[in-house]
Design a protein around this ligand. Structure first.
Ligand code: GLP
Length: 247
C-alpha cells in the first residue's frame, strides 16, 4: 500500500483531486467508483471547480457508487443519490444516465443486489474512491463481513448509526439498513484511493495499514490490493508510528 501522509483535509483533497483528474484526462470514458461521507467532499468540490475553470469534461465518464440507505428514495435529502447530485454531479457535465447507485427503495432487495452486481461486471472501476468508518468499515461493509461478499443488504452497527446521526435531524431517523457493494466488488477495482482524516480514524487507519488482514476490520483487505493508495492527514496517521513506507 502506498501511504501518503499530509498536513490536513485540504491537502488530502488536493492530492486526491490530482489523481482523479489525471485518470479522467487520460481516459475520458473512465469508470469512477465514488463514495459518500464528509471525507470526499473536498475532492468533489475541486472536481466541480476544475470543471468550471479548466473545462475538464465528464461527458463520457461513468460512475458507480458504493452504497445507499435502504428505504430512502433518490430524492430524499439524506439519500446518497441526493448527496452525489448536490456535491458533484450537478456541478459537472456528467450524464445522469451514466451515474449508478443502488436503488434504496427497490421492492425486491435480492434482485436489486443481483442487478448491481451485473452492472459492476460491465463497469469495472478504473479507480474506486473510499472513505473509512471509525470501526474500519468500507462502504457499508461492517466488521465481520466475509471478504468474498458482493452487493448485499446490511444491518448497520450501532457505532455507524451514531457516527452518521450527525447528518440527520434525529438519531432515530438514520436508516438501520443499507445496500452496499461487498468487499469483492471493491477489490475488483483496478485502483483504490482511500482517504482518511481526523483523530477518530486513527485506529481504523492503523488496522488498514498495519493490522492483521481480518473481516473484523473490513478495510484491512486492501493490504491485498495490488494498487492501493491511502492519503491521510497526520491525525489519522497518528498510530502509524514507524514511518517506513510512509511518505
Ligand atoms: C459511511 C459511508 C462510508 C464512509 C463512512 C465514513 O458509513 N457508507 O462510505 O466512508 O461513512 O464517513 P465520513 O467520511 O463522513 O467519515
Amino acid at each position: 500500500m502506498n501511504v501518503i501522509v499530509v498536513n490536513g483535509y485540504e491537502e488530502m483533497s488536493d492530492r486526491a483531486f490530482a489523481i482523479m483528474k489525471d485518470i479522467v484526462v487520460k481516459n475520458p470514458a473512465a469508470v469512477l467508483g465514488l463514495a459518500t461521507g464528509s471525507t470526499p467532499i473536498g475532492l468533489y468540490r475541486r472536481m466541480v471547480a476544475d470543471h468550471a475553470a479548466a473545462g475538464t469534461s465528464y461527458r463520457a465518464v461513468r460512475t458507480v457508487n458504493l452504497d445507499e440507505y435502504a428505504g430512502l428514495a433518490p430524492d430524499h435529502e439524506q439519500s446518497y443519490a441526493y448527496f452525489m447530485r448536490t456535491n458533484l454531479f450537478d456541478g459537472i457535465d456528467i450524464l445522469p444516465e451514466n451515474t449508478h447507485i443502488e436503488n434504496g427503495i427497490a421492492e425486491d432487495a435480492a434482485a436489486e443486489c443481483a442487478r448491481y452486481n451485473e452492472l459492476l461486471e460491465t463497469l469495472r472501476q478504473d479507480i474506486q474512491v473510499l472513505g473509512i468508518g471509525s470501526n474500519g468499515h468500507i462502504a457499508f461493509n461492517e466488521p465481520g463481513t466475509p471478504f468474498d461478499m458482493t452487493t448485499h443488504v446490511v444491518d448497520l452497527t450501532e457505532s455507524t448509526i451514531r457516527d452518521n446521526a450527525r447528518l440527520f435531524a434525529r438519531e432515530e431517523d438514520v436508516p438501520r439498513r443499507a445496500f452496499t457493494m461487498g468487499p469483492k466488488n471493491i477489490m475488483n477495482a483496478a485502483r483504490i484511493l482511500i482517504l482518511a482524516n481526523g483523530a477518530n480514524k486513527a485506529r481504523a487507519v492503523y488496522g488498514l495499514v498495519r493490522g492483521e488482514v481480518t473481516p473484523s476490520l473490513p478495510a484491512s483487505i486492501l493490504q491485498h490490493h495490488p494498487d492501493c493508495t491511502l492519503i491521510c492527514d497526520r491525525a489519522a496517521a497518528a498510530l502509524l508510528s514507524d514511518e517506513k513506507g510512509v511518505s
